[in-house]
Design a protein. Structure first.
Length: 224
């Protein structure tokens, strides 16, 4: 069972996040201060750490830099209510793997933690091909086949599909897709992700067959 450490002083957030992660199949340890979280992160073998940036006793990034300094590569997602571009860059450079801006949905929080855990257990060998159902993507030659036939996509559509293939079986929020393909901060008012996913779906789906890309109501998209 994957082990998750949450470092979160806010009891309300804890009461919503921890039960959801536990119900998903994670074993969750909770720390309510930075120093307690630091001790657990340094001593425990966790599959992911979710921590608040602004803890009452220390900066959450101090935990991240300390972990990285001693060679602990556990994936870390940082939660913050003021995650501007500069702060996100600072966090990523400190060694965190993802940044989640408050307020956030519990569904997105869960999806991002699941993605970090999957990334941790994924083989480290270099991939040259991706295969998901009838889709095959040659990462070296940048050639896509669907049901054994060559298929040409526009460059952005190809990046969207590649991102989804790399995360096959995961529920991907629009924010996750946007950040993975375009970079930067997602604007909830734009339909850019929906438009491109729709174009990809139109190209890869076969008439009369279930769509390869499913829409998960209230969450995002799922390939595979």
């Amino acid at each position: 069972m994957p082990r998750i450490l949450t470092i979160e002083p806010d009891a309300i957030t804890e009461r919503s996040v921890v039960p959801r992660l536990a119900a998903t199949g994670f074993e969750v340890d909770v720390a309510r201060s930075g120093r307690e979280g630091m001790a657990l992160a340094m001593a425990g073998d966790y599959d992911a750490v979710a921590l608040e940036r602004r803890l009452p006793d220390l900066d959450g990034l101090t935990i991240v830099t300390t972990m990285r300094g001693v060679g602990i590569e556990t994936p870390v997602i940082v939660m913050s209510s003021t995650a501007g571009v500069e702060e996100r860059i600072e966090g990523l450079r400190a060694g965190c793997d993802d940044y989640l801006t408050r307020p956030f949905s519990i569904d997105e929080m869960q999806a991002r933690v699941e993605a970090l855990v999957r990334r941790r257990v994924r083989p480290t060998s270099l991939q040259t091909q991706l295969r998901v159902g009838p889709l095959e993507l040659d990462l070296v030659k940048r050639r896509l086949t669907c049901r054994g036939k060559p298929l040409t996509l526009r460059p952005t559509e190809m990046r969207v599909l590649e991102f989804m293939m790399r995360h096959a079986g995961e529920v991907l929020t629009r924010t996750m897709i946007f950040e993975g393909v375009w970079g930067g901060r997602f604007d909830p008012g734009t339909n850019l992700v929906d438009v491109h996913v729709g174009r990809v779906r139109h190209r890869v789906d076969a008439p009369g067959e279930p769509s390869l890309i499913r829409t998960i109501r209230g969450s995002g998209y799922l390939l595979g």
